[in-house]
Design a protein around this ligand. Sequence first.
Ligand code: FAQ
Length: 313
Amino acid sequence: MDDKKQLEQFEAKIAAGLKIEPKDWMPEAYRKQLIRMMSQHAHSEIVGMLPEGNWITRAPSLRRKAILLAKVQDEAGHGLYLYSATETLGVDRSELLEQLHSGKAKYSSIFNYPTLTWADIGAIGWLVDGAAIMNQTALARGSYGPYSRAMVKICKEESFHNRQGYEIMMNLAQGTPEQKEMAQDAFNRWWWPSIMMLGPSDDKSPNSDQLMRWKVKMESNDAIRQRFIDRTVPQAEFIGLKVPDADLKFNDVTGHYEHGPINWEEFFDVIKGNGPCNAKRIKDRVEADKKGAWVREAATAYAAKQAKEKLVA
Ligand code: FAQ
């Protein structure tokens, strides 16, 4: 079949809401866009473990420590599904990791901010996982089978993360004046970066048109951002925290919150590598990769031994 016919069939499948699977024909640009987006997503999951991992030894109780440990492990699992799903597109995981470790690959801007107090762990669960869910529930309806299916399990786990974060913030907000202040301070620092992590405004988003035409992205960055804000502002009010946006107001006619200007200069600066923690994140990731080399070697040797024994038997 010639390329034109294959393209027509591919587009008809997408229009009919069918999934594209790894062995199906796909345009090279679709494959490249998926590799770009899915690998950035996988990198974000494993780099995202670092700011939270920073608090495992300092969690304020055994219960909180166990929950945080489980959450960080979940993020590692998400990274693994997403690297596996990306490999179905014909790219090797070691190549993707090399791009991350050399600083060539992007990962979410949000993980370049520091976690200064325990309240930051609450803010990450509530806001960062909250924003991630808004985005990922839409991606779960996307056209590429392995990616959309990975999103279903990931979203279920992120919902748990989101609730544990909100619970931390709720407890702090109902605690002593110092605890409430700590919660408000974390909220002040994480609100705008969480809004920005949903991607640049639609007029500055070069990939959106093509990705939405191919139903990889089901909604634009601004549409998802608006849903996140509409959902989160009442949650903040419920626990008595003040949204750090002097221009925020509810529009009775549209039924949506209107927000103040977003500092896109800061966002683009962070994704260029100039955020507060970019250098540290890459350094820590490279070190973690080196320290884990023996585990990978041992696991590979064990798997090879098992396979050999099976052949002999
Ligand atoms: N950070 O044209 P667009 C999580 C780049 S998972 C860095 O709008 P697109 C779980 C973009 O790559 C969080 N770079 O791009 C968790 C592009 O550059 P390129 C990650 C960003 O792809 C919680 C350029 O800007 N989630 O948090 C960012 O259409 C707690 C132009 O942008 C995903 O990755 C950013 N925030 O839309 C883990 C979801 N935004 O590549 C641990 C999947 C944009 O052309 C703890 N990804 N850029 O050089 C997506 O949905 C999309 O890729 C967007 C960006 C919406 C992020």
